[in-house]
Design a protein around this ligand. Structure first.
Ligand SMILES: C[S@@+](CC[C@H](N)C(=O)[O-])C[C@H]1O[C@@H](n2cnc3c(N)ncnc32)[C@H](O)[C@@H]1O
Length: 198
């Protein structure tokens, strides 16, 4: 099931909204180890940037074959050998990754889903204890040039609450500003957990 309001403008327009390496650094990717999963890779901007920054593999998942193909073609054109692209509906079928398989998960511009807990529980499951979750989303500001309608656009405190309900803890620096249009959150799957998500 494709997540509501998850269509993309042209690649050039979309990629003018952020600098992926800066976002990933701000959200702690370079302090983690192991593989990475990108939930809804779209054109692959963040998956490819992550693949350039780490030595592990990046699992880039998208329900749209066209998005998966573009990401694969871009990774090949760059000579990246650590990007694993899969056409996958992770709402219906999960990521297909084993428990504790990755050290970092990205939920980027996707938590406006009506059931965010489904994505957060799956991210929790596939992260190893001590693994990190990066979330970014459009600021709850109607002046942003794109983003889901304001009535379904999640605020940072909502994302934090949903993630904590799934078992995550905010990790330094917590909530970060990602100028010009986004905010981000960094969370951790605790090493010792009282519960494995709710
Ligand atoms: C708004 S785009 C964000 C893309 C990327 N995360 C970024 O920030 O550049 C959301 C992506 O999630 C994909 N998507 C939506 N529902 C999905 C599902 N159920 N399973 C896998 N991918 C999905 C869409 O096809 C789209 O490429």
């Amino acid at each position: 099931m494709k997540i509501r309001e998850s269509g993309m403008p042209d690649q050039e327009v979309w990629e003018g909204f952020f600098t992926p390496e800066v976002v990933l650094r701000a959200l702690g990717l370079t302090s983690t180890s192991g593989d990475v999963v990108d939930f809804g890779c779209g054109y692959g901007a963040f998956a490819l940037a992550a693949a350039r920054m780490i030595s592990g593999r990046v699992f880039a998942l998208d329900v749209e074959p066209d998005m998966a193909e573009r990401t694969l073609n871009r990774s090949r054109a760059e000579g990246l050998t650590n990007v694993v692209v899969r056409v996958r509906d992770f709402v219906e079928h999960g990521t297909g990754l084993p428990d504790g398989a990755v050290g970092y998960a990205m939920l980027f511009n996707i938590l406006h889903f009506e059931r965010p807990e489904v994505l957060l529980r799956e991210a929790f499951r596939v992260l190893a204890p001590g693994g990190r979750l990066g979330i970014i989303h459009w600021r709850p500001d109607p002046a942003t040039p794109r983003g889901p309608p304001m009535e379904i656009r999640p605020r940072p405190e909502q994302c934090a609450g949903w993630a904590e309900a799934a078992g995550f803890q905010l990790f330094h620096p917590g909530v970060v500003d990602i100028p010009p249009y986004h905010y981000g959150l960094l969370l951790e799957r605790p090493r010792v957990s009282g519960h494995a998500g709710r």
